[in-house]
Design a protein around this ligand. Sequence first.
Ligand code: DHB
Ligand code: FE
Length: 279
Amino acid sequence: MAEVVGAYFTSHVPAIGGAIHRGDQQTPYWKPFFDGFLRVHEWLAEVKPDVAVVFNNDHGLNFFLDCLPTFAVGAAHEYHNADEGWGLPLYKSFAGHPALSWHIIEQLVGDEFDPATCQKMKVDHALSIPFELAWPDVDAWPVKIVPVAINTVQHPLPSAKRCLALGRSIHRALASWQGDERIVVIGTGGLSHQLDGARAGFMNPEYDRFCLDNLASDPDALTHHSIHDIVRLSGTQGVEVLNWIAARGALGPTAREVHRNYHIPISNTAAATLLLDPV
Ligand code: DHB
Ligand code: FE
């Protein structure tokens, strides 16, 4: 039977791609952030995943404001990075796992979620940056992917409660999958940041700590805030924490924190990295 071996969460700031490209990992600005990945590399070598279900948000690449699904599941054989730039070189492509994608979609629709099903899907820095951080310098990615895109961009956004329930539905799909894959769930984006408007540059370590402290043991605590509360607490782009909440649901009922790193700022973002084991 398939096994959910753990969850990996990280911010996905595009400037990280530029830093990797330039080899800036040991410079004073970047070192406190990149050092947080040494444990991630060890952990991945321990848990040895071969599939990743990646909860992320599209930044205007597949879906723009004129056509924006609340939830979209990739079911492609292959995904190409088509990021808008920001110093990020174009990456190797990502192999899909369409059979698992459709199994997840069947479960979601059976549980009365109504995702868009995408047999073509591009990926952007929300997926490629976490992969570059997790598996630097590999010739080919060691995992196949199922990307799940959550609308964190245009209101109305799905509630944190709905995103946790979506993740839990996906956990049920993973638990009933008959393959023998080792599955890691990944949540990307956040934590607090706001890129535009009067509060541009806003970050909130107190709310971020609340999220990090509760994600393993009491993820429902993160669902007590409304979307408008979350925007107020974490910033207009900090709502990407919805990806983390959904990924936590997909990990399973109980979890234990293995590692965290939190560093302000990376670009405009309070950058966080977290590893959880299922227990
Ligand atoms: C930044 C953060 C993001 O999550 C993103 O998608 C783009 C930019 C930033 O802090 O620069
Ligand atoms: Fe983002």
